[in-house]
Ligand binder design. Structure first.
Ligand code: GSH
Length: 247
C-alpha cells in the first residue's frame, strides 16, 4: 500500500506531514529528497543527471515536512540522499562529492588532489556570494534600494570573471564542465528570474560561461522556465510557497 501511494504520485507532488513513508530505495538506485526550486538540491540533480545515475526523486514540502523525513535527516534540509542500505547523506557539496566517488563514470572532480582542493577552495569563496541571491530579491520585493547590493554582487562577479581570464578556459575547471561549474550554476540560472542578468554585462567571460552552461544537457534537464520560477518565487515571497507550482 505504501508503495502504491508512492507509485501513484506520477506528478511527483511534494510529500507533506501525514503522508505515508515512501517504499524502500530500489537496489541499484539511489534516492534524492529534493524540492523542485531549491538551488542546493539542483546541485545534486545536476550531478545525478550529468553522471547518468539511476535514481528516484521524492519532493518534500519544506513548510510542512513529513515526520519520516525529519527522522531521516533531523536538519530537515534538501538535498538529502538515501541509499538502498538506508545510508543518509546531506549538505549539497557532500552529496555531490559522494555521488562522484561512488559512481566512477564521468568523474566531475579532477583526479589531482591539488586541483580538487582548488575547486573546494573556490566553492568556499563562492559560498559568500550566495547570500546576495537571497538578499537582493527580498529587498526588491520590499521596494528597497538594492543598488549597493548590486554593486557588491558585480564586484564578486568581476572576481569570478578574472578566474576565467587567468585560466584562459571556458569553464572554471578547464575546457569542459567539472564539479565547480555545477556547484555554482543554480544561482546563475536564477539571475534572469530576479531581473539581475544585467549584472553580468561588464564581465564578458563570466557571461559567456553562463551561455555555455545553458547548453549543457544536465543543465537543460534540471532547469525550469523563467515563468515557472517567477510563479514559484511569487508564492514564496508572499509567504505561501507552492512547491508544486507548475505541476
Ligand atoms: N547548506 C545546505 C543548504 C540546503 C538548504 O538550505 N536547503 C533549503 C531549500 S533551498 C531547505 O532544505 N530548507 C528547509 C529548511 O530550512 O527547513 C546545502 O548546501 O545542502
Amino acid at each position: 500500500m505504501i508503495f502504491l501511494v508512492h507509485s501513484l504520485n506520477h506528478r511527483n507532488l511534494s510529500f507533506l506531514s501525514g503522508s505515508a513513508v515512501p517504499g524502500p530505495v530500489a537496489k541499484g538506485s539511489i534516492r534524492l529528497y529534493s524540492m523542485r526550486f531549491c538551488p542546493f538540491a539542483q546541485r545534486a540533480r545536476l550531478v545525478l543527471n550529468a553522471k547518468g545515475i539511476k535514481h528516484d526523486i521524492i519532493n518534500i514540502n519544506l513548510k510542512d515536512k513529513p515526520e519520516w523525513f525529519l527522522v531521516k535527516n533531523p536538519l530537515g534540509l534538501v538535498p538529502t540522499l538515501e541509499t538502498p542500505a538506508g545510508e543518509v547523506i546531506y549538505e549539497s557539496p557532500i552529496t555531490c562529492e559522494y555521488l562522484d566517488e561512488v559512481y566512477p563514470e564521468k568523474k566531475l572532480f579532477p583526479s589531482s588532489p591539488y586541483a580538487k582542493a582548488q575547486q573546494k577552495m573556490m566553492l568556499e569563496q563562492f559560498s559568500k556570494v550566495i547570500p546576495y541571491f537571497y538578499k537582493i530579491p527580498a529587498a526588491q520585493n520590499k521596494g528597497e534600494d538594492v543598488s549597493g547590493l548590486k554593486s557588491e554582487l558585480k564586484e564578486k562577479f568581476a572576481n569570478l570573471n578574472e578566474e576565467l581570464v587567468n585560466k584562459k578556459s571556458k569553464f572554471f575547471g578547464g575546457n569542459s564542465i567539472t564539479m565547480i561549474d555545477y556547484m555554482m550554476w543554480p544561482f546563475f540560472e536564477r539571475l534572469e528570474v530576479f531581473d539581475l542578468k544585467h549584472c553580468l554585462d561588464e564581465t564578458a567571460e563570466l557571461k559567456k560561461w553562463t551561455e555555455c552552461m545553458a547548453e549543457d544537457p544536465a543543465v537543460k534537464a534540471t532547469r525550469h522556465s523563467v515563468d515557472t520560477y517567477k510563479g514559484f518565487y511569487k508564492t514564496y515571497s508572499e509567504g505561501n510557497a507552492d512547491y508544486d507550482f507548475g505541476l
